[in-house]
Design a protein around this ligand. Structure first.
Ligand SMILES: [Zn+2]
Length: 319
């Protein structure tokens, strides 16, 4: 009988070979692939709280100081604001990373790639090829369908591509949970690009409404990419059925589209859509927070359960 080969290092796995989802692992790579990282979930919760605190801080500052920013200064302040969720995330990530290191270059690379794909592909495609602005508002049904099948699908496929065709085949992607780490990085890069584009297109934004919008987009885009990342993480280390990855992308696209539609509905208050006064961003922030908490709690439970199952199999199996 030939010795099973570890699917990560391609070395003979020896007598301590372990099986996970139909593939063989050496003892060391099995342990890495199924590692549960409590610190990561704690950092995730801390980031959501941190972003909400940031909204509170900006609202308070603007209410107290009443800054009269115009022109270039408003633009600079708006762009800085658009960058803040990414900076908050990176600082939490690097903090947590001292305990359980992840190759920083790749995390940053996925983040930048997500942003680049948003700028170079997602925005031109939805705006100039699909002209979504001209028809999404036709009816609620058209809006929901278009938000899922066009906008959601384009967004989520590009975030998927940023991970799948860059870091996924590499040795640095060595834990199932890495899918969620890199997915979130791609989603946040994507969100940052959308936010910067929004700020530049508007020529600077009202800071109080702007900070809410920036945080909503960051929470939402990172959450949906986290879903795709979960599917990617399991696909790399286990044999999954052929529908696995398409199902993951479809789920992320559906969440993205439904969120975009619902956000539009809950923030549209009052009489006029164009006269600013009819727009209330707060319900959008509540919606985004609920979505982010629900997605990360679900992924945390699913991942922990998968890892416990693997451990139980090991304990009950050979030796
Ligand atoms: Zn190995």
């Amino acid at each position: 009988m030939s010795d099973p080969i570890c699917c990560v290092c391609q070395e003979p796995a020896g007598p301590s070979a372990k099986e996970l989802g139909g593939r063989w692992y050496c003892a060391a790579h099995y342990e890495r692939a199924t590692k549960d990282r409590r610190g990561l979930w704690q950092a995730g919760v801390a980031q959501i709280v941190g972003l909400l605190a940031l909204v509170g801080l900006v609202e308070l500052l603007v209410a107290l100081v009443h800054p009269q920013l115009e022109g270039v200064w408003l633009m600079v302040a708006s762009v800085v604001m658009a960058l803040v969720p990414a900076l908050v995330w990176l600082s939490f990530f690097y903090q947590q990373d001292r305990l359980e290191p992840e190759p920083k270059g790749y995390v940053l690379g996925v983040f930048l790639l997500g942003g680049l794909l948003a700028m170079a592909v997602a925005l031109p495609l939805t705006r100039d090829v699909f002209h979504t602005a001209s028809w999404l508002g036709m009816s609620p049904l058209v809006n929901i369908a278009g938000s899922i099948l066009v906008v959601g699908a384009i967004h989520e496929f590009l975030k998927y591509a940023a991970v799948r065709y860059f870091v996924y085949p590499m040795a640095e992607f060595d834990e199932r949970i890495d899918g969620i780490v890199y997915g979130t990085a791609a989603g946040l890069g994507f969100a940052t690009a959308l936010n910067i584009e929004y700020v530049l297109r508007s020529g600077g934004v009202d800071l109080q409404a702007g900070i809410i919008s920036v945080v909503v987009v960051a929470l939402a885009q990172a959450s949906f990419a986290g879903v795709t990342g979960y599917f990617l993480g399991r696909a790399k280390f286990e044999h999954r059925p052929i529908w696995w990855m398409p199902a993951g992308l479809a789920l992320a696209s559906a969440l993205n589209g439904l969120f975009t539609y619902l956000r539009g509905e809950v923030t549209r208050g009052g009489i006029s859509l164009t006269a600013g006064g009819g727009h209330n961003p707060w319900p959008g922030l509540i919606l985004a927070t609920v979505v982010a908490v629900a997605v990360f709690a679900t992924l945390s439970i699913l991942m922990r359960r998968a890892n416990q199952k693997a451990l139980a199999q090991t304990a009950g199996g050979a030796q």
